[in-house]
Design a protein around this ligand. Structure first.
Ligand SMILES: Nc1ncnc2c1ncn2[C@@H]1O[C@H](COP(=O)(O)OP(=O)(O)OP(=O)(O)O)[C@@H](O)[C@H]1O
Ligand SMILES: Cc1cn([C@H]2C[C@H](O)[C@@H](COP(=O)(O)O)O2)c(=O)[nH]c1=O
Length: 689
């Protein structure tokens, strides 16, 4: 077993920029407190109203109770799935401050009537109405905090603060509910135990409305964003990466959704009542928060895609424990673990679809959110139904009896589904196929990257000290070759290497003239063979004057395109015999082959969409031509897998560059090769051609 790669320290978690300066803005600080209270009311409203439904059906049997609770939960989530555009429109038109006050006041009125009316249908209606009002409140609240910050530079921090205000109070609200349930148990009768939490919910809305009313005007500078989950799902993810990650997110959401769906009934079956319910919800929300934080920070050298798959599988296994073990303490701990894994899965998937080059493209993340929301809604509707259908049974196990509760069976069904989806997602997402998981994980725990012995033996041996390394980046139009070549060069320089970055065609004086001829759209009638020879001529000059001298000096040469481009474009694209092109190029380059070729694969249309300049002669070739080029690159790489690193170029830049670094590291000589300084008499440099 061989391990390669130096231990990598975990990146320090930077404190969010601008936080202290935000707190010094009075109106911002006051509104943040008001919104936090309102948000806490919204979160505590969930267990309060479900507990109310449980109390109102306590004499109707476990099945009816599970369905009533599931009904409240589903009705609370339904508006978030179907009504966001209406809510967004309303929030954009009405004065923000007024909107916040009205939403709080109406939620207060609806909530306070629930214990007074004391009837299941009104509890259902109240759950739906409160959620509709929350849906109007959320975009208004999200837009209000940043609007109070005059300094443009602080706005991103203010937006992050607004997100924290929306989700941060959830664990505190769950804990408060558990405490209130304990208090109510000791003081109130069985028919009114759930009232206390409902009145506290109303109280929080009241205080929030009063504080917002006392706050100053809220400018309408910040736009209101409202995405329809149904539309998002219908439109698709926006990137292939997001589609792949959607399944993993659906599986993680099933686990969390299933727990919430039957937590009240399950805690009741285990003798925990509302306090047990509150404890389960606290464990879940704290676990989720912890997992969200941990996802991007844990096992940094480990493949993120593997991590995502494993996190989903671990969440499903935690759900199995939760379903089978009939002990409330174990259930609470298993729920906390489930939350950690589901949270880590979410933040890993979200980071994986984030594109630093297009941070404004919110579509992939919105797609993942929509998948999560709809899956949780389905879990809220289906899991209580399964629980009700199964009912409770006493099983004689020979040595003892096992009380199989419907809720436990329903959780088990959800766990099996999530497990299957998780395994499938893991296989689909795995970007280190063929590398055994356990040593890979063990190496990552030591901060290292694992390389199997056979790969280590087959990998190119460390290059002779007085010879450099030659790395080529290949791929179709807009695949990100220039970007990744640049990032690799910066990384190499940071590690003390002399680097020459170069490109084809056009890295030399003659090459520039050839490039102009080759890519100018006014060049018409150029025969395919002449085109092939012009590219080969450019390359011959490039190798003789740039690449070979640098490699001989012991420098690392990073080239944006090389021979494979001719094989793919002129061979596969123009459909000339590939062996002929290979022979011409072997002669032109004196047989110089890259030590590593990084192939960035992207569907042609997606790559071309990334380019902003008007299409040149080659870019304006047909879709079929570019498809053939793509297939050509792939076939070349498949034929010599040891020399290639094949990557899905639709993935985020940061992820790609990290994988490229892992691979380059395997072929690097010691930092600052001997002779480099003798030859250049300078400090390591990057030279661009
Ligand atoms: N992984 C990525 N995800 C999204 N956009 C990217 C990614 N990598 C690069 N881009 C963007 O795509 C555009 C093209 O990138 P780049 O110039 O690196 O591609 P290229 O393969 O060198 O293109 P060309 O075919 O013109 O040589 C740039 O705007 C770049 O910022
Ligand atoms: C080296 C080489 C390039 N091409 C094509 C591929 C591209 O369409 C252009 C180069 O443009 P870029 O923006 O610099 O990537 O030329 C080719 O057809 N054959 C080759 O050998």
């Amino acid at each position: 077993m061989t391990r390669t790669g130096a231990p990598r320290p975990h990146p320090a978690a930077p404190s969010p920029p601008g936080v202290s300066s935000l707190s010094s803005i009075g109106p911002f600080r006051r509104l943040r407190i008001a919104l936090s209270l309102s948000s806490a009311g919204q979160w505590i409203g969930v267990p309060a109203l479900t507990a109310m439904a449980a109390m109102l059906t306590r004499g109707d049997g476990a099945a009816a109770q599970a369905q009533a609770i599931g009904g409240v939960l589903a009705l609370m989530l339904l508006p978030a799935v179907v009504l966001p555009p209406v809510a967004g429109l309303l929030a954009a038109r009405v004065d923000r401050r007024l909107m916040l006050i009205i939403a709080d006041a109406l939620r207060l009125v609806v909530v306070v009537t629930v214990p007074l009316v004391h009837a299941l249908p009104w509890t259902f209606a109240a759950a739906f109405l409160v959620s509709c009002l929350s849906l109007v409140w959320i975009p208004a609240a999200r837009a209000s905090l940043p609007a109070l910050v005059p300094d443009e530079e602080l706005r991103p921090a203010a937006r992050r603060a607004a997100t924290r205000v929306l989700y941060g109070p959830a664990p505190a609200a769950a804990l408060l509910f558990a405490v209130l349930a304990l208090v109510a148990n000791g003081t109130l009768g069985a028919g009114s135990r759930a009232d206390l939490a409902v009145y506290v919910t109303a109280g929080l809305f009241l205080v929030s409305a009063a504080l917002v009313a006392m706050a100053g005007e809220i400018p309408a500078t910040e736009p209101v964003a409202a995405v329809s989950p149904l539309k998002m799902i219908f439109q698709g993810p926006g990137s292939a990466a997001a589609r792949g990650l959607g399944l993993a997110i659906a599986a993680a959401s099933v686990t969390a959704g299933a727990v919430v769906a039957v937590a009240r009934a399950h805690a009741g079956a285990l003798g925990g009542g509302d306090a047990g319910y509150g404890s389960v919800l606290t464990a879940l929300t704290v676990g989720l928060g912890f997992g969200l934080f941990l996802g991007p920070r844990v096992l940094v050298p480990f493949s993120r895609r593997r991590l995502l798959g494993l996190a989903v599988i671990a969440a499903a296994l935690a759900l199995v424990v939760l379903a089978l073990v009939q002990n409330l303490v174990v259930v609470v701990f298993a729920t906390a673990f489930l939350g950690v894994f589901a949270g880590a899965a979410w933040s890993t998937a979200k980071a994986a679809v984030h594109d630093p080059e297009a941070p404004e493209d919110a579509r992939p993340a919105a797609y993942l959110r929509s998948v999560a929301l709809i899956t949780v809604l389905l879990a809220f509707a289906a899991v209580p139904l399964i629980a009700a259908a199964v009912g409770s049974h006493r099983l004689d196990l020979g040595g003892g009896v096992y009380d199989a509760h419907g809720t436990g069976v329903a959780l088990l069904v959800a766990a099996v589904l999530a497990l299957l989806a998780g395994l499938f997602a893991y296989r689909r997402l795995d970007d280190r196929r063929g590398i055994p998981l356990v040593p890979d994980l063990r190496a990552a725990l030591h901060g290292e990257i694992y390389t199997p012995p056979e790969q280590a033996a087959a990998a190119p041996q460390p290059v002779h000290r007085n010879r450099g390394v030659f790395i080529a980046f290949e791929g179709g139009e807009g695949a990100g070759k220039t970007t990744q070549a640049r990032l690799a060069a910066i990384w190499l320089r940071d590690h003390g290497y002399d680097v020459v970055t170069t490109h084809e065609p056009g890295a030399t004086k003659i090459g520039m003239r050839l490039r102009a001829m080759l890519l100018d759209r006014d060049t018409t009638g150029l025969s395919d063979r002449a085109e092939t020879l012009l590219y080969a001529a450019d390359r011959a000059d490039h190798v003789a004057n740039v690449i070979k001298p640098a490699v001989d000096r012991g420098v690392i040469v990073v080239s944006d395109r090389y021979v494979d481009s001719s094989l793919a474009y002129q061979g596969f694209g123009r459909q000339l015999p590939v062996e002929d092109i290979a022979r011409v190029n072997a002669w032109a380059t004196g047989g110089l082959v890259p030590d590593l070729t990084v192939l960035l694969e992207i569907p042609p249309q997606a790559g071309l969409r990334r380019l902003s300049a008007p299409a040149d002669r080659m870019e304006s070739e047909s879709q079929e031509f570019h498809e053939r080029v793509r297939e050509g690159f792939h076939a070349l790489a498949e034929a010599a897998p040891d020399r290639y690193l094949i990557l899905d170029a639709s993935r985020p830049q940061g992820e790609l560059s990290r994988e490229i670094q892992y691979r380059i590291r395997e072929i690097l000589p010691d930092p600052v090769p001997l002779g480099t300084e003798d030859a250049t008499s300078t400090f390591p440099v990057i030279t661009d051609f």
